[in-house]
Ligand binder design. Structure first.
Ligand SMILES: C=C(OP(=O)(O)O)C(=O)O
Ligand SMILES: [Mg+2]
Length: 576
């Protein structure tokens, strides 16, 4: 029966396809005493064999669609299945304790996991703990006759349906087959949504219940522009969805004509439109969409894609590739922002009640200077190959900025002493995403070379509303005058000191925010590469001078987010 759901529009585009549920099955079981140990051992071996052949298939598919490097994780899993220390311990426990295979498997793997996780100074062994957890879940599923979903096995066009997707789940989605995704939870600025936009996969998040309503193979239509999802659509609804997809494609083709144009407003003012990237692989999208800069390179994905801390050389190669491809256009590289929803398996951090308010980003870098200095050296060496700007994330105090800058200068001096060629024109700036820093922007503007406003975090911290929690998404208000006053103060403070201010949070590409930011004189707008041409087209039709009046009224007269939505509609209605 047809059912309609409404979620948060998280990535533009429209799709119709069959649902693929990426949901963990129920793997609960009870411990039981058995008489026939050999029978349990045989069951165990059948499950081990089934797991092995499944892993062989997954490995082959992953190598084909995602590359050899991504596929290698499955080799480690197959090695565990073949390790007599692991399988032998399970057999012994079945025999000695007369227990069923499920409980012997669980107790043996828990034992290994606890031992390996305790080796806090050995990241390699800690990672093995994660592998054992994965493998034992797979074997357990086979023992219980359940099947685990696996994104690598998708080989026909589908719409992925999940409770939530982590950034690493999203990275595994193969754009060729995954036409869209829909989740129960999440927000527009969660990192999986940001990645969906750079992969150009339409997405609707925060539907609350999609995993309960949909079964595998049911047809879905997904509209990532409006947040609408239809389960089992009628023929008319499918036709309407196909028309919406066609209209969107036509709209994109029109925007594409602006690819080589500069971003000039109706009254002749130029704004710089940059793109946000997560890895050098995103460069294709940046170039295809005619971005004038990279306003945010989120380097934490380099750490997340690796199975250990990336070496100085590996980082150098990645940064050099991006700088060379963009040269002479500027590239703002942000130092590692791990924490919050971005985790590293080989750098286990203690569980925190409030990870977004916890040990993350510059707080880790200043504490783990070994990691920070390696990254800075790689960046400074790469500076000889393009127009590098370094940015520190999550700066809350002047002392944090000064400490980070001091370490940067020390590493730069060392490299110069070593005779390494480096640029002598590297700007060092900061993310403006913590309200305490935004309020003191006038003071920060004396020490930082530039600001880039991170609205994704600035809004969540100012409104006290988790950016990934759909239940409080009504409070996630980019146009609330409180946010706009902070944004204006940041821009004005930068300008007073002769510095520039950009924005790399998702609001920079928001069609309602763009006119206000133009009026405030924001210098650089950085967004998902796929939004660049839409914003260039929008700016072409607006007068920057007229938008100054809009911006002024938005911070002085309006009292709510909705007031400002109306105000923007008024000011942009006549293409002023
Ligand atoms: C751009 C930002 O950084 P991230 O989304 O990576 O937290 C932000 O907070 O706005
Ligand atoms: Mg942030």
């Amino acid at each position: 029966m047809t059912k309609e759901l409404k979620g948060i529009a998280a990535s533009d585009g429209v799709a119709t396809a069959k649902a693929y549920l990426l949901v963990q099955p129920d793997l609960s079981f009870s411990k039981s005493t058995i008489d026939d140990a050999q029978k349990e051992i045989d069951r165990l071996h059948t499950a081990l064999d089934q797991s092995n052949s499944e892993l062989e298939t997954i490995r082959a598919k992953a190598a084909e669609s995602l590359g050899e490097e991504e596929a290698q994780v499955f080799d480690a899993h197959m090695m565990i299945l073949a390790d007599p220390e692991f399988t032998g311990a399970i057999e012994t426990q079945i025999k000695d304790d007369s227990v069923n295979a499920e409980s012997a498997l669980k107790s043996v793997s828990d034992g290994f996991i606890t031992t390996f996780e305790a080796m806090t100074d050995n990241p390699y062994m800690q990672e093995r703990a994660a592998d054992i957890r994965d493998v034992s879940t797979r074997v357990l599923a086979h023992l219980l006759g359940r099947s685990l979903p696996n994104p690598a096995l998708i080989d026909s066009e589908v719409i992925v349906v999940a409770h939530d997707l982590t950034p690493s789940d999203t990275a595994q989605l193969n754009k060729k087959f995954v036409k869209a995704f829909v989740t129960d939870i999440g927000g527009r600025t969660a990192h999986s949504a940001i990645m969906a936009r750079s992969l150009e996969i339409p997405a609707v998040v925060g539907t609350d219940e999609v995993t309960k309503d949909v079964t595998n193979g049911q047809t879905l239509t997904v509209n990532g522009l409006t947040g609408e999802v239809t389960i089992d659509p009628s023929a008319d609804q499918i036709a309407a969805s196909e028309k919406a997809a066609k209209d969107y494609a036509a709209q994109k083709a029109e925007w594409a004509q602006l690819k080589t144009a500069k971003t000039i407003t109706a009254d002749g003012k130029h704004f710089e439109l940059g793109a946000n990237i997560g890895t050098p692989k995103d460069l294709d999208g940046v170039l295809a969409n005619g971005a004038e800069a990279i306003g945010l390179y989120r380097t934490e994905f380099l750490y997340m894609d690796s199975s250990e801390l990336p070496s100085e050389e590996d980082q150098f190669q990645a940064y050099k590739q991006v700088l060379e491809a963009m040269n002479p256009k500027p590239v703002v590289v942000r130092t590692m922002d791990i924490g919050g929803d971005k985790k590293l398996p080989y750098l286990p951090l203690p569980a925190e009640d409030n990870p977004f308010l916890g040990y993350r980003a510059i707080r880790i870098s200043l504490d783990r200077q070994d990691i920070f200095r390696t990254q800075l050296r790689a960046l400074i060496r790469a500076s000889a190959f393009g127009n590098l700007r370094i940015m520190f994330p999550m700066i809350g105090t002047i002392n944090e900025f000064k400490a980070a800058k001091k370490i940067f200068l020390e590493e730069k001096d060392k490299l110069v002493q070593e005779g390494v060629k480096v640029s002598d024109n590297i700007q060092t700036g900061m993310m403006m995403e913590i309200p305490a820093a935004a309020v003191l922007a006038d003071q920060f503007a004396k020490v930082a070379d530039f600001f880039s406003i991170g609205t994704n975090d600035l809004i969540q911290y100012t409104m006290a509303a988790d950016r990934g929690n759909e239940r409080v998404s009504y409070l996630y208000q980019p146009y609330n005058p409180s946010i706009l006053r902070l944004v204006k103060h940041i821009i004005d403070s930068a300008h007073k000191e002769g510095k520039w201010a950009g924005m790399c949070g998702e609001a920079a590409g928001d069609p309602i925010m763009v006119p206000i930011l133009m009026g405030m004189g924001l210098d650089e707008f950085s967004m998902s590469a796929t939004s660049v041409l839409r914003v260039r087209s929008q700016m072409k039709h607006l007068s920057a001078e007229y938008m100054q009046t809009l911006a002024e009224r938005a911070v002085t007269e309006s009292t709510t987010n909705e007031d400002n939505e109306k105000l923007v509609a008024e000011f942009t209605a006549e293409d002023k």
